[in-house]
Design a protein around this ligand. Structure first.
Ligand SMILES: Cc1cc2nc3c(=O)[nH]c(=O)nc-3n(C[C@H](O)[C@H](O)[C@H](O)COP(=O)(O)OP(=O)(O)OC[C@H]3O[C@@H](n4cnc5c(N)ncnc54)[C@H](O)[C@@H]3O)c2cc1C
Length: 192
């Protein structure tokens, strides 16, 4: 991955488990020296192109979150398949799709960390990733409002400003923005 020779995806979310990640139903059961995986994932970014999938699966369903493990699955492995590409408004290069695992056998070295350590690993790393998404979203919203309030002198890109005005038609400053500061639901952004 570091040499850009493999594209990866992370497979956590399932049709019945999103925010409640501990409720995933994908199973990894011991098979020979390794693990046999069965289940499905949804909304997986990079899923369309991924060479490797970091799969969240239950290795011990009786242990709840402590029974979740992470396994590295090569998408060439028999039993792995992809669903249709899902529609989304942006980031089209990261095809977001469903993934299906039917008796996907992997070796013992596919397990990352000890069995049952997957949930803890995800909870440690995900806040940073989610925060990056939030910061980008807030910056985009703030820029859109600023370009609309001051369309004559767009800060960085006149093209983007004009495109935005085509969608909005009327500058937002004709509405409540002129009268009162608009505070986005995050402490760091107040547009005056
Ligand atoms: C573009 C995109 C890319 C994605 N990429 C990936 C990926 O690469 N890999 C991956 O694994 N997943 C991915 N996801 C899935 C994403 O992680 C989930 O959408 C997210 O975890 C939320 O799960 P959900 O959609 O099932 O929503 P739900 O969990 O059903 O939540 C729906 C709403 O209910 C609220 N809610 C949920 N539970 C509670 C509760 N107990 N109390 C109060 N409110 C609650 C939530 O806050 C939310 O507002 C992606 C999603 C999108 C949209």
């Amino acid at each position: 991955m570091a040499r850009a020779e493999a594209i990866s995806a992370i497979g956590m979310t399932e049709p019945g488990a999103g925010s409640d990640l501990a409720g995933i139903r994908t199973r990894a059961v011991p098979q020979g020296q390794g693990w046999r995986n069965n289940g499905q994932k949804i909304f997986i970014s990079n899923g369309q192109l991924a060479d490797l999938v970091l799969l969240a699966a239950k290795t011990d369903p009786d242990q709840g979150a402590k029974g979740v493990s992470l396994l590295l699955v090569d998408t060439q492995t028999p039993g792995f398949s992809r669903g249709r590409r899902l529609e989304k408004p942006s980031m089209h290069a990261q095809g977001t799709i469903k993934l299906f695992f039917t008796d996907v056998d992997v070796g013992p070295d596919a397990l990352l960390g000890p069995p049952g350590s997957g949930f803890k690993a995800m909870m440690k790393e995900l806040p940073q990733e989610r925060l990056l998404v939030v910061i980008a979203a807030v910056a985009a919203m703030e820029s859109a409002v600023q370009w609309t309030r001051n369309p004559v002198a767009p800060p960085a890109s006149g093209l983007r400003c004009n495109v935005f005005r085509q969608f909005v038609r009327k500058p937002i400053e004709a509405t409540h923005l002129k009268r009162q500061p608009y505070t986005l639901p995050f402490p760091m952004v107040t547009i005056r």
